[in-house]
Design a protein around this ligand. Structure first.
Ligand code: MN
Ligand code: MN
Length: 400
């Protein structure tokens, strides 16, 4: 009897993705060697094929770790004229207490309305073009056009807006340094106007009450507006001047840290000073390579997978380890100090973001730690020849 291996699981995943006749493909079974048995009951074959390391775990996996994966494909989509949004918060992924993520799309002219929230807002533009605005407590204003690969950051409570630009608007990932954040509970200008007495609004703005006759009766959230004019014409002059710290950062224009099989770009307060509550690493791993075994001493890690396929094993002490599979649109999570690696399991480059609720990106490299500790000591722990320890890399190499 032939036993399905990890390779055949992935092969059947590719067939399923291609939409070929599922019935003709031998479905994966949770069998490896003499462990496991075939499935007799109902099955969700496409889901099993997407999760080969859950369906047929490595023998090193052991014990219970919390779920560390949730896909935006399983997140409710809030549709409006002008775009949509969906979110992965602590409600969807309970372990993710430090960061919540929102994926949003705006058409050309589509507006995420003027609003603010208690949490800071960090964003990475995934595709297209958008215009962002903000005004700070000193009356300094900010306006910028952003494109794929750009970041923005609005400090807590600072009011802002986002609008899609021609020809086709844009799509972006938002992150908030609070796992229970929800896009549904932000302070929106239309919601506020609908819930303050019109006479008070008129007195405050020093306008006639009839100027407010047509204000919306409820929050708009996202709505379709006319595409804006060029930025130079759209910008408002502030007598106080522009914001003192740039709220935009072109991450993908940063020359990457390169190594065989990978490229890493980091944005934190070291090069993007306003981003005090979110640090990010954009990581690219070529086929056959992996993000090295490491951990983060300062924060939990919230991941967003942009392209490719990956598996991650997380070690949680007390003999606990669990392996999860990821693909484009998935969110992953690693609690602080749990060691992990991320391996490219596909045949295209793997791209993902590591986000931290921290001012700086920090990680500890297993190989570097071993290389910089007395080699005889390390060798005796692991019954490894000291000559092997002598050859370990003393310089940190995020992708190997
Ligand atoms: Mn916002
Ligand atoms: Mn990590």
């Amino acid at each position: 009897m032939s036993v399905p291996t990890r390779r055949t699981l992935l092969a059947s995943a590719a067939v399923l993705t291609a939409g070929a006749a599922v019935a003709q493909e031998r479905p994966p079974e949770p069998i490896e060697g003499n462990r496991g048995a075939s499935i007799l009951g109902p099955r969700n074959a496409p889901r099993a094929a997407q999760n080969p390391d859950i369906f047929q775990p490595p023998s090193t996996d052991h014990g219970a770790l919390p779920n560390l994966r949730f896909s935006f494909a399983d997140a409710h989509v809030k549709m409006r004229e002008g775009g949509w949004s969906r979110e992965v918060t602590k409600r969807e992924l309970p372990v993710a207490t430090t960061i919540a993520g929102v994926n949003m799309r705006l058409t050309a002219g589509g507006v995420r309305e003027l609003h603010w929230h208690k949490e800071a807002e960090w964003s990475f533009v995934l595709a297209g073009n958008l215009r962002i605005t903000a005004v700070d407590t000193g009356g300094h204003n900010f306006i910028a056009d952003v494109q794929a690969g750009d970041l923005w950051y609005f400090p807590p409570g600072i009011p802002h807006s986002i609008q899609g630009l021609p020809p086709d608007g844009g799509e972006f990932l938002l992150a908030f340094p609070e796992g229970s954040f929800s896009e549904d509970s932000t302070f929106a200008i239309t919601d506020m106007f609908a819930h303050m007495p019109k006479a008070a609004l008129a007195k405050n703005l020093q306008v006639n009450a009839d100027a407010l006759d047509a204000i919306p009766k409820e929050e708009r959230f996202i709505f379709q507006a006319a595409p804006p004019p060029p930025r130079e014409t759209d910008a408002v002059h502030s007598p106080q001047g522009a914001v003192p710290q740039n709220m935009k950062f072109s991450l993908m224009q940063l020359p990457p840290q390169t190594m065989p099989g990978g490229r890493v770009r980091i944005a934190d307060t070291g090069n993007f000073p306003i981003s005090r509550e979110i640090a990010v690493a954009h990581v690219e791993v070529d086929p056959g390579h992996m993000r090295e075994i490491h951990w983060h001493p300062n924060a939990d890690e919230w991941q967003f997978y942009i392209s490719g396929r990956a598996r991650m094993t997380v070690f949680g002490a007390e003999g606990k380890a669990r392996t999860f599979d990821y693909q484009a649109g998935d969110v992953g999570y690693v609690p602080m100090s749990l060691s992990h690696f991320i391996e490219n399991t596909g045949d295209e480059p793997l791209r993902f973001l590591e986000l931290f609720r921290a001012p700086r990106f920090e990680d500890v490299s297993l190989a570097q730690w071993m290389a910089l500790t007395p080699h005889e000591l390390v060798a005796q722990h692991l019954n490894i020849d000291v000559a092997v320890i002598d050859r370990l890399r003393a310089i940190k190499q995020p992708v190997v």
